[in-house]
Design a protein around this ligand. Structure first.
Ligand code: ADP
Length: 541
């Protein structure tokens, strides 16, 4: 007999049951394409998620089958997040910003059998329809327009759930959800989350010293539900009973601020480019919105520049800077200052908050370079490696990715970092974004953060351009603040006070916009391509 504790499985089903019973009256608000708001309670969410699980089972889907989603953030996507895994299937979120050929590759590679798609995204499905075979395509009528043949109406499908349907008993190590990395290097790679990893990750998000979601929060995941499971927020919210507000397709700063104001939002999360836009909107129309004092904004996916943290502070918003990856569920580290930083002045505290932070419990970190494992001295750089119960152990069906995993069980992140004596990680750059000039490394991220600290600069990206004598030289592109002029010479002098001369970008080019990736980050690959021959390329002789 086992004389310790009960062997209760950590299942998404448990999160769903809890939400449906304990928080039955709590609200889930979704913004429709026409901006009207769809409202339902956790009790409806429970009933409908269960109906989805039962209907998929009744349709003959085998356990472990993949159910793909092509949706914005809203109630039906949430139902798929819970109903599909609780039914014993795997929910696979497709990134609607990918090129149709990538989508077709990913859906085929994953073996997706059913697709749930928003009516407004049907043209995207039609672009891949000739290249992928789904057994069934369920269309969510987000606009209210009737769903026409040959598609199945999602609402009608839910009604096919048998009356006596009960959730299956599952093992916590079974796959629950799936997401592909964006594939900035090579083909996209599939990450399979288990029930156990998802539930443990939800617990971690509830810790006050990490993300700290509580029952009293009203949460807007601006991060798309197709990007690393909306950073796990839907699961954490269901666990603690937080109200969820899902923005649908309206992710521009003004629409988001309207939603934050109207729904009294207390917590939101997204990539820095979203918050750069929000900060600008707040600067230009400070009186237009009434936000919850201290509104917490989790910023991750790319570095939060100190200037952004300060700008949002001025509007009584609190940036919580976190680092993570699709492969890490994504929570890896969060920068929450501790008593060791109590004596720091404002600048010092912002510097701490601009670091990527301390690892969440059970996430282990180390920095490795040619000399071995680096000391935690805040100076020695190397590649950041992580391991933990919600870190991928491998990529789905792909030997190609295996070099990302070390023989002793660590995941190589591809990020260059230091770790300080308090265990705070500071990312210097992605390996592929580091600029190699004359045999020395230049951090594109440090230059970007500095440029965005200048009063005339709204956005900045720095890339390494091939150069015949230096191998690469940095080039900066800069978007000025609305109504301001940015002067390259002045920016150069500004940088001169902070960096060695050889770090300074050879050019600072003023542009209207910086291209974005499918997850909303600055698209450096495109910039590198656009300026590839600017300095004459590499000297082939
Ligand atoms: P994508 O490849 O689409 O960007 P991910 O969202 O998984 O996919 O990206 C993870 C990467 O994003 C990390 O390896 C790191 O380079 C970067 N990143 C995430 N959070 C931060 C952060 N707070 N600071 C700096 N870089 C970050």
């Amino acid at each position: 007999m086992n004389s310790t504790m009960m062997d209760v499985q950590l299942l998404i089903t448990g999160l769903l049951e809890r939400a449906g019973h304990l928080y039955a009256d709590e609200e889930i608000v979704s913004q429709r394409p026409d901006k009207s708001l769809h409202r339902m309670r956790y009790r409806d969410f429970y009933r409908r998620s269960k109906a989805l699980a039962g209907a998929l089972t009744a349709a003959g889907l085998a356990p472990g089958s993949r159910v793909a989603t092509l949706m914005w953030n809203h109630y039906a996507h949430l139902e798929a997040y819970f109903g599909v895994p609780a039914g014993g299937f795997v929910v696979h979120t497709l990134n609607l910003r990918l090129h149709p050929s990538d989508l077709a590759y990913i859906a085929t590679h994953a073996g997706d059998e059913v697709l749930i798609v928003d009516d407004v995204l049907l043209p995207l499905y039609q672009a891949i329809a000739g290249h992928v075979e789904f057994k069934q395509v369920l269309v969510v009528p987000t606009t209210g327009a009737p769903v026409a043949e040959p598609y199945t109406d999602y609402e009608a499908f839910l009604e096919t759930c048998p009356q006596d349907y009960a959730f299956p008993e599952l093992r916590e190590t079974e796959a629950a959800a799936m997401c592909y990395t964006s594939g900035t290097t090579g083909r996209p790679k599939g990450v399979l989350y288990s029930h156990r990893s998802t539930v443990l990750h939800a617990f971690a998000l509830g810790l006050t010293d990490t993300i700290g979601i509580t029952r009293n929060d009203v949460v807007v995941p601006v991060v798309p539900q197709f990007h690393a499971m909306a950073w796990g927020l839907p699961y954490a919210c269901a666990m603690v009973g937080a109200k969820q507000v899902l923005p649908g397709p309206h992710l521009d700063p003004e629409s988001l601020l309207d939603l934050f104001d109207r729904e009294r939002v207390t917590y939101t999360a997204g990539v820095p480019t979203i918050w750069l836009g929000i900060a600008q909107a707040l600067e230009s129309q400070p009186a237009r919105w009434t936000l919850t004092p201290g509104l917490r904004m989790a910023v991750g996916g790319a570095a939060a520049p100190p200037s952004l943290i300060r700008a949002l502070d001025r509007h009584d918003c609190t940036v919580i800077h976190a680092w993570g990856m699709t492969e890490t569920s994504p929570l890896g580290t969060v920068s929450v200052p501790g008593p060791e930083h109590a004596s720091f002045d404002d600048d010092g505290r912002v510097r701490v908050r601009a670091k990527q932070g301390r690892p969440a419990p059970f996430v282990e970190i180390r920095v490795v370079n040619d000399q071995g494992i680096a000391p935690w001295d805040g100076k020695t750089m190397g590649e950041l490696e992580v391991r933990g119960p919600w870190v991928a152990a491998g990529y789905y069906g792909d030997g190609e990715g295996s070099e990302a995993f070390t023989e002793d069980g660590w995941f190589r992140t591809g990020d260059v970092a230091t770790i300080d004596s308090s265990g705070f990680v500071e990312i210097t750059d992605r390996t592929k974004d580091l600029i190699k000039s004359g045999g020395e490394w230049i951090s594109s991220l440090a230059l970007e953060n500095a440029l965005m600290g200048h009063e005339t600069v709204a956005e900045a990206a720095v890339v390494g351009i091939p150069h015949p004598s230096w191998q690469e030289r940095p080039l900066a592109v800069v978007v000025p603040h609305e109504g301001r002029e940015a002067d390259p010479a002045a920016l150069r002098s500004f940088l001169e006070t902070q960096f060695a001369k050889w770090w300074l970008p050879d050019e600072i080019i003023i542009v209207d916009t910086i291209p974005r990736t499918s997850t909303g980050k600055f698209q450096k690959r495109e910039l590198k391509e656009a300026y590839r021959d600017r300095y004459g390329g590499l000297d082939k002789g």
